[in-house]
Design a protein around this ligand. Structure first.
Ligand code: NI
Length: 226
C-alpha cells in the first residue's frame, strides 16, 4: 500500500528543519547505499552520527508517535532513525529496492525494512524533477509532495528518484519494521481500523462497534510478531 500522509511536520517545523540542514556539512550519499545501489546513487547526505541528524530525526519520530493515521497504516515495531538527503545539479538515484535488513548504527539492533518512508522538506515549486517514482502491481506512481508531507510504501517496491534539474530537494528518508510483516495483512487491518473509526464517528459507540474493535485486536494478535 502506498499512502501519502499530509502535514507530519508543520510549516514552522519544516522551516526550522531546513535552517538547521543549511547550517550543517553534508557528505556523499554513497554511505548508506548497498553495493548494488551505490552504483546508481548520486546525492548528498547528512552524516548519520551528526547532532543535527539525531535531533531532527527525533523531531520526526515524536511527530509520528502521536499520528493515528501513520500508526494505523504502519503498525510500527522498530523505526530506523531518520536520515536526510539533498539532490541538486542533476543528481538522481536510479532504480533499486532498499536493503532488507539495516543495523542501527552503534547498536546491535537490526531492523527488517518492511516500509520505506520519504518526508519531503522542500516545497515542489522550488525545484524541477526530483520525483520519487514507485512501481507496484498497479503500475508506476509519481510522488512529489508539499514540504512536511510524507509517503510510505512497501520496501519491496522498485523505486527511483528522477534528476533534480533546478533548485534543490531536501528530504528525510527512513524505514521501519512493522508488527505485521505482510503488506496484504497490514492493508486489511488498516482498512478495518479506518472503517471502525468512521463508524464510531457517524453512529457513536455501539455493541457492534465494540465487537468489531475486538475482532480487529484479535486479528492483530494473530498476525503480529514482536
Ligand atoms: Ni531507496
Amino acid at each position: 500500500m502506498l499512502l501519502k500522509i499530509p502535514t507530519i511536520l508543520s510549516k514552522n517545523q519544516v522551516q526550522q528543519c531546513r535552517e538547521r540542514l543549511y547550517a550543517t556539512a553534508w557528505i556523499d550519499g554513497d554511505i548508506t547505499a548497498g553495493y548494488q545501489s551505490s552504483k546508481t546513487k548520486n546525492n548528498l547526505q547528512l552524516p548519520e552520527e551528526s547532532e543535527a541528524c539525531r535531533q531532527l530525526g527525533d523531531t520526526i519520530l515524536e511527530a509520528l508517535a502521536i499520528h493515528d493515521l501513520f500508526i494505523s497504516a504502519a503498525l510500527p515495531l522498530k523505526i530506523f532513525p531518520p536520515l536526510f538527503n539533498c539532490y541538486q545539479s542533476g543528481q538522481a538515484f536510479g532504480a533499486h529496492i532498499d536493503n532488507a535488513i539495516r543495523r542501527v548504527p552503534r547498536t546491535p539492533v537490526k531492523v527488517r525494512t518492511d516500509i520505506s518512508m520519504t518526508l519531503f522538506l522542500t516545497d515542489p515549486d522550488k525545484y524541477d524533477g526530483g520525483e520519487l517514482i514507485i512501481e507496484d502491481t498497479y503500475g508506476s506512481h509519481k510522488v512529489k509532495l508539499a514540504a512536511g508531507d510524507m509517503v510510505l510504501y512497501p520496501s519491496t517496491s522498485l523505486h527511483h528518484v528522477t534528476p533534480v534539474t533546478r533548485g534543490h530537494r531536501l528530504a528525510s528518508f527512513f524505514w521501519l519494521q512493522s508488527l505485521v510483516a505482510s503488506g496484504e495483512k497490514r492493508r486489511l487491518l488498516f482498512d478495518m481500523d479506518r472503517t471502525i473509526q468512521s463508524l464510531r464517528t457517524h453512529i457513536g459507540d455501539s455493541s457492534e462497534i465494540i465487537q468489531l474493535t475486538g475482532l480487529y485486536h484479535n486479528l492483530l494478535r494473530h498476525w503480529s510478531h514482536t
